[in-house]
Design a protein around this ligand. Structure first.
Ligand SMILES: C[S@@+](CC[C@H](N)C(=O)[O-])C[C@H]1O[C@@H](n2cnc3c(N)ncnc32)[C@H](O)[C@@H]1O
Length: 257
């Protein structure tokens, strides 16, 4: 079991509601897939399936998707929310480092906001093994530097310091370069302008919407939350309109022949 397993079990029923889902990376991936008629794909670390819903909305019946996650709670929510919209969906409980796919069987693989939880070297080898020659691996993530610049990294005490699981671009690039038949094809940075009420941000944190919050002790968390609220009240005149920019990174790696 991976370190944040308990966290994801606890948050699974509320996960989709608590997190902000970005359409831009899905649109980007759909464009990269071009006119491929039939797309056999996997989403690894799929969680409650919020990105899978978008993938189905944009690729419709062209998509044959297997959703993979190691957490039963997350997969239970995904089945409940997605089966009626996507009856062709397959759901598998498995680990990213040992994927249940035949070699060279997939046109593409996605992983959204999850790679920093995986045993990354083993995952990339498994991705490369599972992809057909020419197949694409889409990695949507946040780097440690990007994490330092969003509302939590900037204003929530110790958030950035505690979250050391995220990778920098150079590290991800090096991991990909280690896999003989995987080649980094494209890098895209996404910037998302956000507006939220302070009340909503406090509610998200209290529900521990990022697993980073589980790295705090109970008292430490309460003190940090109070400090966060004070800081935001100082910085933003209108607590109903807290604004910031979230940044994410999409790496597209290609399986070479
Ligand atoms: C931050 S959540 C992201 C979920 C989803 N991709 C999204 O963006 O909504 C990370 C997910 O990765 C899963 N996960 C973590 N380590 C894993 C592993 N080694 N193998 C498979 N899934 C894993 C967790 O259970 C969790 O559902």
């Amino acid at each position: 079991m991976y370190a944040a397993y308990e966290h994801f079990s606890r948050i699974a029923p509320k996960y989709t509601r608590l997190r902000t889902t970005d359409l831009a990376p899905v649109r980007y991936a759909v464009k990269k897939l071009g006119s491929l008629r039939h797309i056999r794909a996997a989403d690894v670390g799929c969680g409650s399936g919020r990105y899978d819903r978008l993938l189905f909305q944009h690729l419709n019946e062209r998509l044959e998707l297997v959703c993979v996650d190691d957490n039963d709670g997350m997969l239970r929510v995904l089945r409940k929310d997605l089966y009626e919209h996507a009856p062709s969906l397959q759901v598998l409980r498995a680990r990213a480092q040992a994927l249940p796919f035949a070699s060279e069987s997939l046109h593409c693989m996605f992983t959204f906001n999850a790679i920093h939880h995986f045993k990354i070297r083993a995952f990339l080898h498994e991705a490369a093994r599972s992809l057909m020659p020419g197949g694409l691996l889409f990695i949507y993530t946040r780097t440690r530097s990007q994490n330092s610049r969003h509302i939590w990294g900037k204003h929530f005490p110790q958030f950035y310091e505690k979250e050391q699981r995220l990778w920098e671009f150079v590290e991800l690039n090096n991991f990909i370069a280690e896999v003989p038949n995987l080649h980094l094809d494209k890098i895209r940075i996404f910037q998302h302008r956000r507006v939220a009420r302070l009340r909503w941000l406090l509610q998200q944190a209290r529900q521990r919407h990022y697993s980073t919050f589980d790295l705090y002790g109970a008292e430490e968390f309460q003190a940090a939350l109070a400090e966060f609220e004070q800081r935001l009240r100082r910085v933003y005149r209108n607590p109903n309109e807290v604004t910031w920019t979230d940044e994410n990174l999409m790496l597209v790696a290609r399986k070479m022949a």
